[in-house]
Design a protein around this ligand. Structure first.
Ligand SMILES: *[C@@H]1O[C@H](CO)[C@@H](O)[C@H](O)[C@H]1NC(C)=O
Ligand SMILES: *[C@@H]1O[C@H](CO)[C@@H](O)[C@H](O)[C@H]1NC(C)=O
Ligand SMILES: *[C@@H]1O[C@H](CO)[C@@H](O)[C@H](O)[C@H]1NC(C)=O
Ligand SMILES: *[C@@H]1O[C@H](CO)[C@@H](O)[C@H](O)[C@H]1NC(C)=O
Ligand SMILES: *[C@@H]1O[C@H](CO)[C@@H](O)[C@H](O)[C@H]1NC(C)=O
Length: 450
């Protein structure tokens, strides 16, 4: 008689497990479906385009079929009215034409208007975001103007790129801003039957905790981010701008510090953001230095200065992928792929550059797909070469590794920066909470049935 009983117990355990895992999957799908169409089945393959790149990479030259979402990056906040600032006169026509140009290249591509910190006036610009977020009526002004500007120019969504909130009060206010913004978008969509609701995303720090800030207790508001954004784009690059020794600038792994892509991704997952809300950044720029001594050209070698301004990036120490490629064609360039950190660098005479090659991009997207992330974004698409080499590599890798499908099981990760593999997945908070809940239910049932 024991046999049938055990059999039925097994069956009920299996259905319980199935029920619970279906419930948790549908809960996360529900979260991910918030805002409608926010989590496209094939994931997000996004790119940021900067109006300053229009002189060498006009919107019409982008192969939009390689992207699901293209961001106009960016307009800023008006420091007097706290509304979204209209673009400078020489960029107005670029903003107006962006959506229609992208869609004529690829009708299914969505366009996003990014509203961000003005990089040339960071302090005043961030102060304006901080002030706006702290005041209910100023938030209303900002939010209303953002929706108006997006609709007037045919955008499908909005992005907040506040780089970065600097106090705990900023973080709290950011949460309130996102909730009110989402409410406005929902309300607007009920009065606008012609269009889908606007998408809402944010461009955030690489990890959920901000390092090297005056306040060392600064974390993003996880629940407000998870429940109000269609997804978050995390800036998993640009880690070592100020370094006085050569160093890889966006390594996937770093066993000696938390400044790595894997650390950032896992920190967000551990903090509780579902992976289907997370989109990982890939830099299309490299970091350049002049070596102090040409003969010392490995990682960790002393540098004399940041590399000279290049035509495309127009910033010292930054070099576009297309410009990296020009150096790669030279016989005097020596290239090294570092498999431990998953990064590439080259030197040529006294120039030393760390960059993301096609191989690095492939490895990073394998990591992103294995972590069940929603997708990736490229920063910025104008830095790719004229064959869109990296943009194509990214799309191909995503299709290759993303084939397992999305939305059924969401892996978390342990907050250890050394390595990320399938055996460390189960110690992650989000996934492991469900798992340990399942196990304890099973144990409880077994105990009860004795
Ligand atoms: C924003 O727009 C709503 C209507 O959608 C209006 O009720 C509200 O007063 C506006 N807020 C501000 C600050 O203009
Ligand atoms: C780099 O800077 C650090 C402190 O910021 C200093 O300790 C170190 O000596 C410097 N290294 C070189 C090669 O200048
Ligand atoms: C390059 O950057 C400088 C500021 O460093 C700016 O004044 C100039 O307009 C930029 N040039 C182009 C072509 O974007
Ligand atoms: C683009 O592709 C063509 C054909 O494969 C090749 O001849 C050319 O060198 C490539 N250009 C760049 C910038 O990679
Ligand atoms: C996976 O991670 C575990 C513990 O985190 C480690 O013991 C194991 O060697 C790793 N496996 C690989 C293939 O990296």
């Amino acid at each position: 008689m024991a046999r049938p009983r055990r059999f039925s117990l097994t069956v009920s355990l299996i259905s319980l497990v199935e029920f619970l895992s279906l419930t948790s999957a549908s809960m996360s799908q529900q979260l991910c479906a918030d805002g409608g169409g926010g989590g496209p089945a094939a994931g997000v393959r996004a790119g940021y385009w900067s109006p300053s790149s229009s002189r060498y990479s006009p919107v019409s030259s982008i192969d939009a079929s390689l992207f699901t979402h293209l961001y106009y990056s960016s307009v800023s906040i008006d420091e007097a009215s706290y509304a979204v600032a209209p673009p400078p006169a020489d960029e107005a026509s670029l903003l107006a034409a962006f959506s229609s140009t992208v869609k004529s290249g690829s009708p299914s591509a969505k366009t996003m208007l990014s509203i961000g910190t003005d990089e040339y006036r960071m302090d005043v610009s961030n102060a304006a975001f901080s002030r706006m977020a702290s005041d209910r009526s100023l938030r209303g002004v900002f939010i209303n103007s953002s929706v108006e500007l997006a609709r007037a120019n045919g955008f499908d969504g909005l992005d907040l790129s506040w780089i970065f909130p600097a106090t705990q009060m900023d973080m709290e206010n950011l949460g309130v801003l996102l909730a009110e913004w989402r409410a406005k978008i929902t309300e607007e969509s009920t009065t606008n039957s012609l269009s889908e609701p606007l998408l809402l995303t944010a461009t955030l720090y690489f990890s959920n905790h901000l390092f090297d800030m005056p306040d060392d207790n600064l974390d993003y508001p996880i629940d407000d981010i998870s429940s109000n954004l269609n997804w978050a784009n995390i800036l998993t690059f640009g880690f070592h701008g100020g370094s006085n020794v050569t160093t890889v600038d966006a390594p996937l792994y770093d066993a000696t510090s938390h400044f790595s892509v894997s650390y950032g991704v896992i920190s967000w997952l551990d903090a509780g953001v579902p992976p289907c809300k997370l989109v990982m950044g890939i830099p299309l720029f490299g970091r350049s230095w002049f070596l102090r001594n040409k003969a010392k050209n490995g990682i960790g070698s002393p540098t004399a200065a940041a590399g000279t301004k290049q035509r495309k990036s127009n910033q010292t120490g930054i070099i576009a992928y297309a410009e990296v490629e020009e150096y790669m064609d030279s016989a005097s360039t020596v290239v090294t792929y570092d498999s431990q950190s998953v990064a590439e660098y080259f030197y040529n005479g006294d120039l030393w550059v760390s960059f993301d090659s096609a191989q690095v991009v492939q490895k990073k997207l394998e990591f992103a797909a294995r972590s069940q992330l929603l997708g990736y974004f490229l920063w910025t698409v104008g830095f790719d070469d004229s064959n869109s080499t990296i943009s194509k590599q990214a799309t191909e890798s995503w299709h290759q590794y993303g084939q397992g499908g999305f939305g059924t099981m969401h892996a978390g990760g342990s907050n250890q920066y050394v390595a990320f593999n399938s055996s460390s997945v189960s110690s992650g908070s989000w996934y492991s909470k469900i798992l340990s809940y399942l196990l304890s239910s099973v144990l409880l049932l077994v105990t009860l049935s004795r």
